[in-house]
Design a protein around this ligand. Structure first.
Ligand code: FUC
Length: 796
């Protein structure tokens, strides 16, 4: 991509409307999911904003317990023929028992999602900073999170003095910085402490440093990663002394708090240091050599390089004095607030910028923000929707390099995945199943019900091809092609012929994570050829063929993949008119299951479209109707994207409204939609807090305004840029700038009264473009870097 940066300058801050770029609260957070997230991709913080007791939860993306392990089961491949025989004979429950006994990972695997103290490990809180002062009665309290500048603010008055705090985390300078100021000289006084619920020691160093160190559990009775956190202060006026295990500030005019953190994790996406003590010292020295204004300017410049690439205006965005939580409540009661949707969109982009930066680890189930030692589902990378959903906004929202960490994870899985492919399937290539971690876990999960899915690697490869398709960067394609090829080889070796039609199918597998009811009334999950697998293989094989063609490679493999692709079990419409989830028209174990895996072909893949395959699209619609709207946070977000692909803007908006449902945020895990929505700080709740819904929701908003997938899954099908394909009636007027379309085209759109006013497309190449508005498609050729303007008349 050569041009987006130029475009940046044109679109930035067209509408910096605060209602769409600022979260606002009039009380301190009392819980994690009311606090304000900050992140530079590696270091994260949740700022509570307490007046006399400020809590700041600290995170660092590599704070993972556990350690590398060989979880591949010995002799697993010996039972594969028997599992397949049972599947071919329709004895799925028997096959499932065999998978459970012999074809899962070596126990305890991920510890059934509670793996803090087993080798799988879990992502954990780094620690907590407390800033305590004598009790004072505060008024005019305001807490904000400025998404455009990535600064959290706290302002209040007490005893006639105005107090202000600003917090940010700088990516260029690798530090968390807080500034405390007061309107009256000498008014600042507090004690700062630093702690962690377990496995840490904090001491003071001299009179101006807190140093917390410890080692995490490696899950094998030994010491895992070492973590280090350092806090140093710079005060104007007054004094700072160490007292107990804290730092005491008295009578200061201004205080700057600097925090550096790191571990000795040296896997992919780590900082590559075995000496976090030295690295954190260096970070602090570097940052503290600058003055505050310079540090802040370097931080905001860096953040805005990403954030300002896209702007969205959905109507009235003038200063809205209401708190964010009040807006959620008002919106849920029917008060229109299109700017709240824009805020949610911007928040999603903000969270990705904060949790996924080149050179780092990918955003996990909670991004990088976690308050506990045992995070839900280990805060890992789930590969049957969750990790992939985290990256849905990356390309469409012109944040392509923020996908680097995902790409690095995928590359890191090839080697262990090759071993797993041999151990279970005696297959070439590489595979990863449903869960992974920074330790290269690629084995199946510990239970056949969910752990036997083999589609994880195919789904990951979609992101590699898509990044090429959006950017048309051939060097990138050449780099990732061997990974796609390795994945395709795995599936090639794994296909078997089902007896009824002679179609090629996968097996053992399952349709994440749903069970089906067999004609004899028994339930099972393990099957052959679930619809999602077939869609993913058509996609992977097709993309691999296309990539090989572009790169002029592997003619023989191209032929083989194309031939096999044509024999894969097709999408089938069941007797009920719905798209079938399995090879057979089984009933669903849970008809309202949160995963709608068989619509993978509608989104994120595009072999089902209203334009190209109307009958399948109609079946997909029926599937969605029967599944119902209710679901976990991420499930709502996926359904929103499905409806956008079906060009039903109002229905997509209804799903967005469910995502924006105000919820308390506490409460137990719920799989059926209870408690799903947004907490006061806009975090998406599964429940529990799980960030994928935030990202899926942001991507869904982009998908409502612009789509660029081809009309069919034909290998040579070219993108069609669809302008306002699913504009809801709730957003009659608006403007979006800087979105990215497949083919390396940056798109700005304006609309009024529900109709397109003006479109501006800048293509990175001279390749022909196809552009659609409503039901008219036009072809045009743009000159690289020269904007093309389109009006509604262009489509007559
Ligand atoms: C998948 C989902 C669950 C949850 C977990 C992290 O297994 O089915 O709902 O989101 O990932």
């Amino acid at each position: 991509m050569k041009y987006p940066c130029i475009l940046l300058l044109c679109v930035s801050s067209l509408h910096g409307g605060e209602a769409a770029t600022r979260l606002r609260h009039d009380q301190a957070a009392t819980r994690f999911h009311e606090s304000a997230p900050l992140g530079n991709g590696r270091i994260g913080a949740m700022v509570f904003g307490g007046v006399d007791d400020e809590r700041i939860i600290l995170n660092e993306s590599s704070v993972w317990s556990g350690s590398p392990q060989d979880a591949d089961r010995k002799g697993a491949s010996d039972v594969l023929p028997e599992i397949r025989r049972l599947l071919l004979e329709g004895k799925n429950p028997e096959a499932q028992s065999l998978v459970n006994r012999n074809f899962t990972c070596v126990p305890p695997g991920s510890g059934r999602g509670r793996g803090a103290n087993v080798r799988f490990g879990c992502y954990q809180v780094l620690g907590e900073l407390r800033v305590k002062s004598a009790g004072s009665k505060a008024s005019a309290y305001q807490r904000t999170l400025d998404l455009q500048n990535a600064v959290a603010g706290v302002d209040y008055e007490a005893g006639g003095v105005k107090f202000s705090r600003s917090h940010f985390i700088s990516a260029p300078d690798e530090v968390f910085v807080s500034r405390y100021t007061a309107s009256k000289p000498g008014a600042l006084g507090f004690t700062i402490t630093l702690g962690r619920p377990e496995r840490s020691v904090t001491k003071t160093v001299g009179n101006n440093e807190l140093l917390m160190t410890g080692t995490l559990d490696d899950g094998a009775g030994g010491e895992g990663l070492t973590h280090v956190t350092r806090v140093r202060l710079v005060t104007k006026g007054g004094s700072v002394v160490s007292e107990g295990n804290g730092l005491k500030v008295q009578n200061a005019d201004e205080v700057l708090v600097f925090v550096a953190a790191g571990t000795n994790y040296q896997g992919f996406g780590g900082r590559g240091t075995d000496d976090p003590l030295a690295a954190t010292d260096k970070d602090l020295r570097g940052a503290m050599a600058m003055d505050y204004e310079e540090l802040l300017a370097r931080h905001t410049k860096d953040h805005r390089l990403y954030f300002d690439r896209v702007s969205l205006w959905l109507g009235d965005e003038k200063e809205d004095a209401r708190t964010t939580d009040q807006r959620l409540v008002d919106f849920s009661k029917g008060k229109p607030d299109p700017a709240l949707a824009a805020l949610y969109f911007n928040f999603g982009r903000y969270l990705l910028i904060g949790s996924s930066r080149p050179g780092g680890l990918p955003a996990n189930l909670q991004g990088i923000w976690a308050g506990e030692i045992q995070t839900p589902w280990n805060g890992d990378w789930h590969l049957n929707i969750n990790l992939q959903m985290n990256y849905w906004p990356a390309l469409a929202c012109n944040l392509t390099e923020l996908q680097d960490p995902l790409d690095a994870l995928i590359a890191s899985l090839v080697k262990p995945g090759e071993k797993t492919a041999q151990a279970y399937y005696k297959a070439r290539g590489w595979v990863v199943h449903v869960i992974t971690n920074p330790w290269g876990f690629t084995s199946p999960g510990e239970s056949a019900g969910w752990g036997a899915t083999t589609g994880g690697s195919a789904w990951l490869c979609e992101h590699l091809w898509s990044r090429y398709d959006f950017t048309r960067d051939k060097e990138y394609l050449a780099k990732v092609y061997p990974i796609m090829k390795g994945s395709a080889l795995f599936y090639l070796d794994n296909l078997m012929e089902e007896p009824k039609h002679g179609w090629l199918v996968t097996g053992p597998s399952n349709s994440p994570e749903n069970a089906f009811i067999m004609p004899d009334g028994r339930n099972a999950n393990v099957c052959m050829g679930p619809t999602i697998d077939m869609q993913q293989l058509r996609e992977l094989f097709g993309n691999t063929v296309r990539a090989a063609e572009i790169l002029g490679l592997d003619e023989g493999l191209r032929k083989e993949l194309s031939e096999r692709r044509a024999k894969l079990a097709p999408n089938q419409i069941g007797p009920d008119g719905r798209l079938q989830e399995w090879l057979e028209p089984y009933g669903e174990g849970d008809p309202h299951h949160r995963h709608v895996s068989h619509l993978y072909g509608l989104h994120p893949y595009h072999e089902i479209t209203p334009e190209g395959t109307p009958a399948l699209a109609a079946a997909a619609r029926k599937t969605l109707e029967a599944r119902g709207d209710a679901g976990t946070g991420w499930s709502l977000a996926w359904k929103m994207n499905f409806w956008a692909r079906l060009c039903d803007g109002d229905r997509a908006h209804a799903l967005l409204s469910m995502l924006l449902r105000p919820i308390g945020g506490g409460g137990p895990t719920n799989y059926h939609g209870g408690g799903a929505g947004s907490s006061k700080n806009l975090f998406c709740f599964h429940p529990p807090f799980q960030i994928d819904g935030n990202f899926g929701g942001a991507a869904g908003i982009a998908e409502m305004l612009l789509q660029s997938h081809p009309d069919t899954g034909a290998v040579d099908a070219e993108p069609v840029i669809r302008l306002l394909p699913a504009l809801p009636s709730a957003w009659p007027d608006g403007e979006v700038a800087g979105l990215l379309a497949r083919g390396a085209v940056t798109v700005d759109l304006k609309w009024a009264k529900g109709k397109l006013l003006d479109a501006r497309l800048v293509s990175d190449s001279a390749a022909p473009l196809r552009v659609r508005y409503q039901d008219k498609t036009i072809s045009l050729t743009a000159k690289p870097g020269i904007p093309v303007r389109l009006a509604p008349e262009s489509f007559r």
